[in-house]
Design a protein around this ligand. Structure first.
Ligand SMILES: *Cc1c(COP(=O)(O)O)cnc(C)c1O
Length: 461
C-alpha cells in the first residue's frame, strides 16, 4: 500500500477557526501542494522500517546509496527504482565528510554542497522529485521569498532542472553582499528579483501571487521548508553517518542545531525507521521556546523571535513543531496554539534540548578549535554546546554525532574575530567574486510584480 499523507490539523475542532482537512493525499500531491489546505503540515500515515542489514551495507558506499535506500522505503510505490536512482545520483555529487573530534565523537559536515549549507541536501532532491512530478508537458513556476540562505539553496538546487523555472524575491537591504552575489548570479532558469522593501514585503508579494486568479494558469508552486519533499532527504544523512561509524545495532546520540526543526525531524523519522538513536539532542539558540516546553510542559512561542549570531535559527515558533507534536500524540497549529498536548514523558525520554546563548556559542567555537583544531561556525557550535551539555548532565559516553550545518567560510568575520584565522572556502564559494549576473529590481507593489510575471513566465515546456 502506498503511504498517504494527512494534515497535522485534521483533529482540530471547527470552532477553533480552522476548517480541518480530513482527507489524505499521495506524496506527489503533497510535494506539489507544499502544505495542506487547512494550513497544517502533511505527515505520512506510516513510517517504513529499514533493516539493520541494509543500513550497515552502506558502509564505504557513496552517499547516494543511502539516499536511494531511504527514498525507496518511502516512495517505491510512486516512483520506479530507475527514476529514484537517477535523481539521487544527480542530486548528491559532492562529499559528505565525517570529522573525528575525539574518539567516539564526530562532526558530520553538511557544508560541501553548492551553497555550503545543509539546506542543499533537501533542496536538490526536492527539485528533482518535482521535475518528475510536474503536469505532463507543462512547466512549473516556483516562487520563493527569501531573507538569504534558503533562496540561494533553492535557486542552486533547481538550476538546470528540466521543466521548472524559479523566481526568487529578496529584500534589497536585508541580505549581505555575499548573499546578494549568490542570488544574482545563479542564472539560467533561476531569476533573482531585488525588492525595494523588507522580507515581509517579499513574502506578501509571493502570497498575493498565489492568491491571484489571473496567475493561476502559470502552475505556481512553492519550495518552502515545510514541504514533506524537503523532510525526506533530511533523513538520509543520519542513516549514512550511522553506517559509516557505528557497529550493527549500536546505540548513538545525535545533536542537531535547531531552528524550524526540519533537520531534527529527519533524525526523529530515521529513529522511527529503526536507526538506534538513543537520544536526539536539539539545542536552540536564545529562542528557547522548545527547551522551556520540555522543562515546564507548557508551550509559549517566543515572539518576536530573538536575533542571535546563529541567524538561520532565529525562530520563535518552529514550523515543524507541528510534526513533532503529531508524532508524540499532540496538535499545535501554525500560530503556536496548542490544541492537544503531546506525551511529554515520552518526548523527554527521546529528546534533550537546551538553549545556548551567543556567549556560549562563541566560547564553544574557541574551545573546540583550541582543544581539537576543529573549526565550527555558529550553528554547528550551538549543536556542539548542546551535545556537551547533554553529556555533562547524563555522563552518556555513547558514540556521538553532531551536525555542522554551514561552512565556517560563510562567516569569515566571526571566525576571524574568535580564532584569528581565515577559514578556507569550499570549492563552491571560491569563484563567487568572478561570477556574473544581476537581479531585476522591483518595487514592493503587487501590480508591477504581476505585470512582470504575466509577461515573462512560461507555461508550456
Ligand atoms: C536552516 C538552518 C538551520 C536550522 O535548521 P532547521 O531545519 O530549521 O531546524 C541550522 N543551521 C543552518 C546553517 C541553517 O541554514
Amino acid at each position: 500500500m502506498p503511504i498517504r499523507y494527512y494534515s497535522t490539523n485534521r483533529h482540530v475542532k471547527q470552532a477553533a477557526g480552522i476548517t480541518p482537512f480530513t482527507g489524505s493525499v499521495s506524496f506527489r500531491e503533497a510535494l506539489l501542494a507544499g502544505q495542506s489546505p487547512d494550513e497544517g503540515l502533511f505527515v505520512p500515515d506510516a513510517i517504513p522500517r529499514l533493516s539493520m542489514k541494509d543500513v550497515v551495507a552502506l558502509r564505504d558506499q557513496p552517499y547516494w546509496q543511502a539516499a536511494l535506500l531511504v527514498a525507496r522505503a518511502f516512495l517505491s510505490e510512486e516512483f520506479s527504482f530507475e527514476v529514484l536512482e537517477a535523481i539521487v545520483k544527480d542530486a548528491y555529487n559532492f562529499p559528505v565528510p565525517l570529522e573525528a573530534v575525539y574518539p567516539r565523537a564526530f562532526v558530520l559536515r553538511l557544508d560541501q554542497g553548492p551553497t555550503a549549507s545543509f539546506k542543499d541536501f533537501a533542496a536538490r532532491m526536492m527539485a528533482r522529485l518535482m521535475s518528475h512530478c510536474r503536469p505532463e508537458g507543462e512547466r512549473l513556476n516556483i516562487l520563493v521569498a527569501t531573507s538569504g540562505d534558503t533562496g540561494s539553496a533553492v535557486g542552486e538546487a533547481y538550476k538546470g532542472v528540466d521543466g521548472i523555472d524559479v523566481t526568487i524575491l529578496y529584500p534589497a537591504d536585508e541580505v549581505s553582499l555575499m548573499q546578494k552575489k549568490q542570488l544574482d548570479t545563479i542564472g539560467g532558469n533561476v531569476r533573482a528579483m531585488c525588492v525595494d522593501g523588507k522580507f515581509d514585503d517579499c513574502q506578501n508579494l509571493v502570497k498575493e501571487a498565489f492568491a491571484d486568479k489571473d496567475l493561476a494558469r502559470f502552475n505556481l508552486s512553492s519550495a518552502n521548508s515545510i514541504n514533506f519533499g524537503r523532510i525526506l532527504p533530511q533523513i538520509v544523512y543520519y542513516v549514512y553517518a550511522y553506517a559509516q561509524l557505528a557497529g550493527a545495532g549500536e546505540e548513538v546520540v545525535v545533536s542537531v542545531p535547531s531552528g524550524n526543526f526540519g533537520n531534527a525531524l529527519g533524525c526523529e523519522y530515521a529513529r522511527r525507521m529503526g536507526l538506534p538513536v538513543a537520544k536526539l539532542i536539539m539545542p536552540t539558540n536564545e529562542n528557547d521556546e522548545f527547551p522551556a516546553f520540555l522543562e515546564t510542559g507548557t508551550y509559549t512561542k517566543v515572539s518576536p523571535s530573538r536575533a542571535c549570531i546563529s541567524n538561520a535559527m532565529n525562530v520563535g515558533h518552529p514550523s515543524n513543531l507541528a510534526r513533532f507534536f503529531e508524532l508524540y500524540g499532540g496538535t499545535v497549529d501554525r500560530t503556536g496554539r496548542v490544541h492537544r498536548y503531546p506525551d511529554l514523558e515520552e518526548m523527554r525520554r527521546r529528546i534533550f534540548s537546551v538553549s545556548v546563548s551567543d556567549g556560549e556559542t562563541r566560547q564553544t567555537i574557541k574551545s573546540v578549535y583550541e582543544r581539537y583544531r576543529v573549526v565550527l561556525e555558529q550553528h554547528g557550535a550551538v549543536g556542539w554546546a548542546g551535545l556537551a551539555a547533554y553529556q555533562k548532565k547524563t555522563g552518556d559516553t555513547r558514540l556521538a554525532i553532531c551536525l555542522e550545518t554551514a561552512h565556517p567560510a560563510k562567516f569569515p568575520d566571526e571566525i576571524k574575530n574568535l580564532l584569528g584565522i581565515d577559514p578556507e572556502p569550499p570549492e563552491s564559494m571560491k569563484d563567487l567574486a568572478g561570477r556574473e549576473g544581476s537581479a531585476i529590481n522591483l518595487s514592493r507593489d503587487f501590480a508591477s510584480f504581476k505585470t512582470y510575471l504575466q509577461a515573462h513566465l512560461k507555461i508550456k515546456k
